[in-house]
Write a protein that binds this ligand. Structure first.
Ligand code: PMP
Length: 362
């Protein structure tokens, strides 16, 4: 695999080689302007074109309806944990959270500081191995919105069907699976995602918001904490993270070249199947963390039944050029993050390594 690592990092994560090469080729002279895109004014036409292309590409690839805005915000998904309740949790209402992992817990904790929040369903028992069944979700009276985490980066679980919340606005943290599979955006009032997995580098967070929902937002907030500020000025109220957004544009162009989200989804299913098949056929040598029906296509979490062998496995793969396979410190074990830009060949190499390691050590 040449000099490129087999990168299974959870985020920031692998990016498409062609997008990196394009950035490299354009680094010193963007579009014949004699300077890098980083050195352009965010008010100039060269940057503005990049900015608008990124928005247009995301709208096209995700089939985002006309009545939605695409915003570029800073502060990561972690700031969204606070911005969502600041904007949409008024006094006298409460927000429902479905707890499917550590990121749901963090989102819930921020909402509790800012208003009334309750747990509408939880999968905490057994350390977040599953996604609650839709009928388990109990919305209470005066619910301002229901919040879900569509993919649980640390535990390796993913929603495969979204709840129908009727009149209650549905909000999702899609940081770790946005753009990995097609879905109906119109089910959601608001979607947010830190870019550093499937969209680009860190430094920018994408927010997709329904305009009618935005109109209900709290108006009495600092400018930079209001979605309306970003919507009103096309995310150019202040200086946006221009280079990050430029990289998002290059990555979206790559997704389009790959055949769009449907083709990417098919590839993601094939990539994930490589590892899940090894786990399932290993006679307990490898033990998956997620229940099979909740398995994520993005983050494959597993342990080795024997702890000493687990350590040996992680040491060996590291030596052989695989990066990022240690599980998150809160769950341990192994985690292979296989976002859109992780090549099939890297997943196949890992599959082969897992098979060989079992053969040698079982
Ligand atoms: N939500 C999810 C699902 C995540 O995976 C992460 C980061 N790994 C976050 C939120 C936090 O994102 P950020 O670091 O951009 O604040």
């Amino acid at each position: 695999h040449g000099k490129r690592a087999y990168n299974f990092n959870a985020g920031p994560a692998a990016m498409p080689l062609s997008a990196l090469q394009k950035a490299q080729a354009e680094l010193l002279d963007f579009n014949g302007t004699g300077m890098s895109i980083m050195e352009h004014s965010h008010r100039g036409k060269d940057y503005e074109a990049v900015h608008n292309q990124a928005i247009a590409l995301l709208k096209e690839l995700m089939a985002i309806p006309e009545n939605y805005e695409v915003l570029f915000v800073q502060g990561g998904a972690s700031l969204q944990f606070a911005m969502v309740p600041m904007n949409f949790l008024p006094a006298g209402k409460q927000a429902g959270y479905v707890m499917t992992g550590a990121w749901s817990e963090k989102a819930f904790a921020e909402a509790e500081k800012l208003g009334a929040a309750y747990i509408a369903a939880t999968a905490k028992e057994g350390n977040y191995r599953r996604i609650p069944a839709l009928k388990e979700i109990k919305a209470q009276q005066d619910t301002a919105y229901l919040h879900i985490t569509s993919n649980n980066t640390i535990f390796g679980t993913e929603w495969h069907a979204f709840p129908d919340t009727g009149e209650i606005p549905l909000i999702a943290d899609m940081s770790s699976d946005i753009l990995s599979h097609p879905f109906d955006v119109s089910k959601f009032a608001l979607i947010y995602a830190g870019a550093q997995k499937n969209l680009g580098p860190s430094g920018v967070t994408v927010v997709i918001i329904r305009r009618e929902f935005l109109e209900q937002a709290n108006k009495n907030l600092p400018a930079m904490l209001k979605y309306a500020t970003f919507a009103k000025d096309n995310s150019l109220y202040n200086t946006p993270p221009t280079f990050s957004i430029y990289m998002v544009k290059l990555m979206l162009e790559w997704v389009k070249e790959q055949g769009g989200v449907t083709a990417i989804h098919r590839r993601n299913q094939e990539k994930a199947a490589l590892l899940y098949e090894v786990i399932d056929a290993s006679n307990g040598f490898y033990v998956g963390h997620a229940q099979p029906e909740a398995r994520s296509l993005m983050n494959v979490t597993f342990r080795l039944a024997d702890e000493a062998l687990e350590k040996k496995f992680l040491e060996e793969v590291k030596k052989e050029g695989f990066v990022g396979l240690n599980g998150h410190r809160s769950v341990g074990g192994c985690r292979a993050s296989m976002y859109n830009a992780v090549p099939y060949e890297a997943c196949k190499a890992l599959r082969d390594k897992m098979l060989a390691f079992q053969k040698e050590n079982a």
